[in-house]
Write a new protein. Structure first.
Length: 372
């Protein structure tokens, strides 16, 4: 097909994004140096009842000839390879989490409550105790002595938690699950090394830049680079970037009435990473994002508040990429300083409802020495 296009002098090619099936065709045509345009099928939908493959091809060609095919964002080949690695890493991490959950379920079935005492059920101390259970060579009190660090202060609780009905059947299951967990951990480390190895200088700079955002670590910053790219110019502004990710409210207005503002389906990989970063930022201390989450939580609920924080992180990341400047913290009292009189009136009303009489007086300004 590519050689046939070359023979007829075809320079511009437009195609629909049909699941993953457009990718091998795109890769071949891209290697021939053609000008490619990928579009969402919903943006060029033909008349229902008159749809065939031939008519679809003719319709797309006519629209593209008049410049009516909206182009979707397709990253470069190196960025697509980075995407494959980061997405596979996400899948491996999810698989490992499921295996750890199955392992904890087996331990619960034996009445062993290790996860109730140890915060990290797969930490160094917990794994040593689980291996001791498999070997069945020591009582619970001796297994509790394998604890390290601050967990040694809970040896009495660990002794009671490690007493259970650990049968040979459970031993076999735990062994298999530990093997799966170890293999997935090795895959995760191998993927991490491969991702770090293929990052270029621009991508490393973007990772270091986005790592300064509260809630965003190096792993999440790498996902941002793989999904969003390192060029702010590929989106018109931050609002278009948020719309592409679908991390903003949807628009559904009819007959002058604003209906459901449910978010659309967008880049689910980047959306999940942003929500994860929003969760970490919302539970940080002394940050603007945590104050923003606490401000929205009573009115919007947990899920909507997290999406709003994720949207703020994406907007900040876009402007940081555009300016090249690191994240500037506004502080947890940003909203109090934004409208100080409103904040004062709100606090006075709360005190009055509690039965206090409040008289406010402005603080006297400090007398500064005159400049020479």
């Amino acid at each position: 097909m590519a050689e046939w296009f070359l023979a007829w002098g075809v320079r511009d090619i437009a195609m629909e994004a049909t699941g993953p099936y457009w990718r091998p065709v795109w890769n071949i045509l891209e290697s021939y140096g053609r000008q490619l345009t990928l579009t969402h099928p919903g943006h060029i939908r033909a008349i229902p009842g008159h749809k065939t493959d031939r008519r679809d091809a003719r319709w797309i060609a006519e629209l593209h000839q008049h410049g009516l095919v909206p182009a979707s964002f397709v990253p470069s080949a190196p960025q697509r390879r980075l995407r494959d690695l980061t997405r596979l890493r996400t899948k491996v991490v999810q698989d490992r989490s499921r295996v750890v959950s199955r392992l904890q379920a087996v331990l619960e079935d034996t009445n062993i409550k290790l996860a109730s005492v140890a915060c990290d059920g797969m930490g160094v101390s917990a794994q040593a105790m689980i291996r001791g259970l498999i070997q069945a060579k020591a009582p619970a009190a001796e297994l509790a002595e394998l604890a390290r660090g601050r967990l040694r202060q809970k040896r009495a609780e660990l002794t009671r938690a490690l007493e259970g009905n650990f049968t040979p059947h459970h031993r076999f299951l735990v062994q298999r699950l530990l093997m799966q967990e170890r293999r997935l951990s090795q895959q995760e480390r191998a993927l991490e090394r491969q991702i770090v190895g293929i990052l270029d200088d621009h991508q490393k700079a973007a990772v270091a830049l986005w790592d300064t955002i509260p809630g965003v670590n190096e792993t999440l910053a790498t996902t941002l680079v793989a999904e969003l790219g390192t060029r702010a110019g590929q989106f018109l502004d931050a609002a278009h970037a948020a719309s592409w990710v679908a991390i903003c409210p949807g628009n559904h207005e009819s007959a002058g009435k604003q209906k459901s503002g449910k978010t659309r389906k967008g880049n689910r990989w980047l959306r999940a990473a942003l929500v994860e970063a929003a969760w970490a930022a919302a539970h940080s201390k002394g940050t603007y994002l945590s104050a923003f989450y606490a401000r929205l939580l009573p009115r919007k609920g947990e899920k909507r508040a997290l999406v709003a924080v994720a949207h703020s992180i994406l907007v900040a990341a876009y402007h940081m990429l555009q300016s090249g400047q690191p994240y500037r913290e506004s502080g947890p009292d940003y909203f109090d300083r934004l409208r100080p009189q409103h904040t004062a009136n709100r606090l006075v009303k709360r005190l009055v409802r509690l039965g206090f009489k409040v008289d406010l007086a402005p603080q006297e300004a400090a007398h500064l020495p005159a400049a020479e």
